[in-house]
Design a protein around this ligand. Structure first.
Ligand SMILES: Cc1ncc(COP(=O)(O)O)c(C=O)c1O
Length: 388
């Protein structure tokens, strides 16, 4: 079906739409950073795992990063390359399969390394082992996204690392960014080197994690490339890896929903939609943040504005709090018209759920000629079969 991506008026059901042109633009930028800085940039599945689009990704990148058995399998079986895998806790019942599907295995603690590295190597002799280390420095302000907050369960601090690393450890993995700029990376790098450079001569690689939002409009890409190049000058034997997720799918497409009804209470009008924040845009409630809505202006985050053409946007679940903000439109909303939530691909599409048995929006790919290809529609069986 051909569609108009400005309005998506051809749609009458909710749909996540990945716009191929925008995705390729992000991929081109990421591939050019990797080339110029001579680093490897891999995709973090936790942010984006629409595997039907992996053939596009493979034109630009060669590996992915996993944080669980299923992500590792997805990388190995669908992306077609073993994954860089990190999990805070490997288990007896999954470690063999994870080892089989991985090229790099990062341990969160020395005790996990001791427990599993021999067994993992028996399963896959080509595995390279790393340790997650905690630089005790992160500029991430939202506590649930700060992996270095006091009491964190992630990584080993420098005071707990032995001067000589256990035999078989090839790399360090450090993740302390979230939607961060390259200035943050620069400052963080100083702390990382101050804490850990003593161990670098024992390593082959270092992975600087995710959160490098290099595809955001105001991101200073040359500054990132410069910082990486300078780092490589200081430690030329180290292979450098970055594993962003959001940066790949940043601003690559909307969730298109429709208005089902308009209700009113105490002067507050709510447009009831055929999507749910808790089911289909969970980060809006978790992060929390207010999504951009096309052709509408957010006028009140608390959702109590009463003006003309001003509506709360409310979900079709039974959760009382499943609504957001007050947006002002330039006309009274009509039943059936589209509400377009911008930038709903990264994290959203991997985190949705089927709470309340609410129909899950389809997932579609918009080709450059405006042909809309529906990749996946969800059915009653998808809901039922998770609870067999
Ligand atoms: C270890 C690790 N790597 C990579 C990422 C991807 O981060 P982002 O999607 O912010 O780039 C995350 C996100 O939480 C992470 O925890």
């Amino acid at each position: 079906m051909k569609v108009n991506p400005k309005t998506y008026n051809e749609l009458s059901r909710p749909m996540y739409i990945l716009e191929e042109e925008r995705l390729r633009k992000n991929l081109q930028l990421i591939a050019s950073v990797a080339k110029e800085a001579d680093v490897e940039i891999i995709l973090a599945f936790k942010a984006y795992a629409l595997w039907r689009t992996f053939p596009i990704f493979r034109e630009y990148i060669h590996a992915t990063t996993a944080s669980s058995l299923y992500e590792a399998r997805l990388g190995f079986e669908e992306f077609g390359a073993p994954t860089h895998t990190f999990s805070p806790g490997y288990t007896d019942y999954e470690i063999d399969d994870i080892a089989r599907c991985s090229s790099h295995l990062v341990f969160n603690s020395l005790s996990q390394f001791e427990r599993y590295h021999v067994r993992a190597k028996l399963e896959n002799t080509r595995l390279s082992f790393g340790l997650r280390v905690n630089p005790e420095y992160s500029e991430v302000e939202t506590l649930i996204y700060n992996p270095c907050a006091p009491g964190t369960r992630f990584g080993i601090t420098s005071s707990k690392l032995p001067a000589t690393l256990p035999e078989g450890v090839d790399g360090f993995h450090i993740h302390c960014h979230c939607e961060s700029g390259s200035d943050v990376f620069e400052r963080t790098l100083e702390h990382i080197e101050a804490k850990f450079a003593n161990w670098f001569p024992q390593l082959k690689w270092v992975n600087f994690g995710g959160g490098h939002l290099m595809t955001r409009k105001d991101y200073d890409v040359p500054r990132l490339i410069h910082a990486l190049k300078e780092f490589k000058k200081r430690y030329p034997w180290l292979k450098v890896i970055l594993e962003p997720g959001s940066a790949f799918a940043w601003q690559t497409g909307p969730l298109v929903a429709q208005v089902l009804d308009v209700v009113e209470d105490h002067g507050i009008k709510t447009a009831i939609l055929n999507v749910s924040f808790t089911c289909h845009m969970p980060d809006c409630l978790e992060m929390p943040y207010h999504p951009a809505v096309r052709n509408a202006e957010l006028v009140d985050e608390d959702g109590s504005a009463e003006g003309e053409n001003t509506y709360r946007l409310g979900a079709n679940s039974c959760l009382s709090g499943d609504w957001m903000g007050s947006w002002r439109f330039d006309h009274p909303l009509q039943i059936g018209e589209n509400i377009i939530f911008e930038d709903m691909l990264h994290y959203t599409t991997v985190k949705t759920n089927m709470f309340n048995g609410i129909s899950h929006p389809a997932i579609a790919l918009l080709h450059p000629d405006n042909e809309l290809e529906v990749l996946r529609e969800f059915t009653y069986e998808d809901y039922r079969d998770r609870m067999d």
